[in-house]
Design a protein around this ligand. Structure first.
Ligand code: ADP
Length: 266
């Protein structure tokens, strides 16, 4: 994913419908849902159809891998989750509908980590990068400091607070990018290809970090070895649709499925 996708941030109107009474009645049955996406459709301004009726539910505490060939719609889906892009359908995060008036809370709830950490880190120091979100929503200085140090501690980077962000290695930057969203206490972490471009040691360290974090997660990746190791549930997208959703152990052994959607056996 590149930030190019993020440019239509000023789309005029959210077309996401308000929940119907039927949906509200079923809310008690879905209380444990962290993410609830129903029949989401989206076309880019040039008319290209990128999502064709995507539905996806993720329970609190679940860690789910999102896989599929390039162009499947994974990044487009992720950008919908905090309203950077807006399609037609229903979506909620921790029960809060993704509608225009909720976007500030939604963006605090969805910790979206871009593939390229340079798209996420833009302050001189690590501390300032991690402090940016909490400062922006108006926490006191003491609260901001506490959140920054807690987030850095969670990613094992407490000693890096005063370092210059642009001097760090890619692996270190990725951990700091995760800290920038952890500082907001997100409901769900949404990571786009977190292990891409990492050397084996940095990849291992990232995998260990994702294993240790207790958060609900949706992680898009081409790293099927990581998927096998870390995620018990896997969602396959192709051509703007969810084409499979189930236990990783089962789906990764389904040769016909892997072949049909350009995935390699691991
Ligand atoms: P993935 O993340 O699975 O590789 P994307 O969500 O990036 O897939 O892309 C889904 C589809 O939308 C692709 O066909 C891609 O070419 C198209 N697409 C992505 N960004 C844009 C854009 N800004 N304008 C038009 N089409 C786009």
């Amino acid at each position: 994913m590149t930030l190019q996708h993020a440019t239509p941030i000023e789309t005029p109107e959210l077309e996401i419908q308000n929940p119907t009474s039927e949906a509200r009645n079923s809310q008690s049955a879905t209380q444990n849902l962290s993410l609830d996406v129903r029949e989401l459709h989206f076309s880019y301004p040039d008319g290209h159809v990128a999502l064709r009726g995507v539905s996806l539910q993720i329970d609190r505490g679940e860690k789910v891998a999102l896989v599929g060939p390039n162009g499947a719609g994974k990044s487009t889906l992720m950008l919908q989750l905090n309203g950077i892009l807006t399609g037609k359908g229903r979506m909620s995060i921790g029960g809060l509908p993704v509608v225009k008036e909720n976007l500030p809370q939604i963006r605090a709830r969805v910790g979206l980590v871009f593939q390229n950490p340079d798209d996420q880190l833009f302050s001189p120091t690590v501390f300032e990068d991690v402090a940016f979100g909490p400062l922006h929503i108006g926490y006191s200085e003491a609260e901001v400091r506490e959140r920054v140090m807690r987030a850095l501690d969670l990613v094992g980077m407490s000693a890096y607070a005063e370092r210059l962000s642009h001097h760090l290695s890619v692996g270190e930057k990725k951990r700091i990018a995760v800290a920038t969203v952890l500082a907001m206490d997100p409901e769900i972490l949404v990571l786009d290809e977190p292990s891409a471009g990492l050397d084996p040691r940095a990849r291992r360290s990232l995998i260990n970090l994702l294993r240790e974090l207790p958060h609900t997660m949706l992680v898009s990746t081409h790293d099927l070895l990581m998927v096998r190791e870390l995620f018990t549930r896997m969602v396959v997208m192709d051509n703007g649709q969810v084409v499979a959703d189930g236990p990783t152990a089962t789906l990764l052994n389904d040769d016909a499925l892997l072949e049909a959607h350009g995935l390699e056996r691991v």
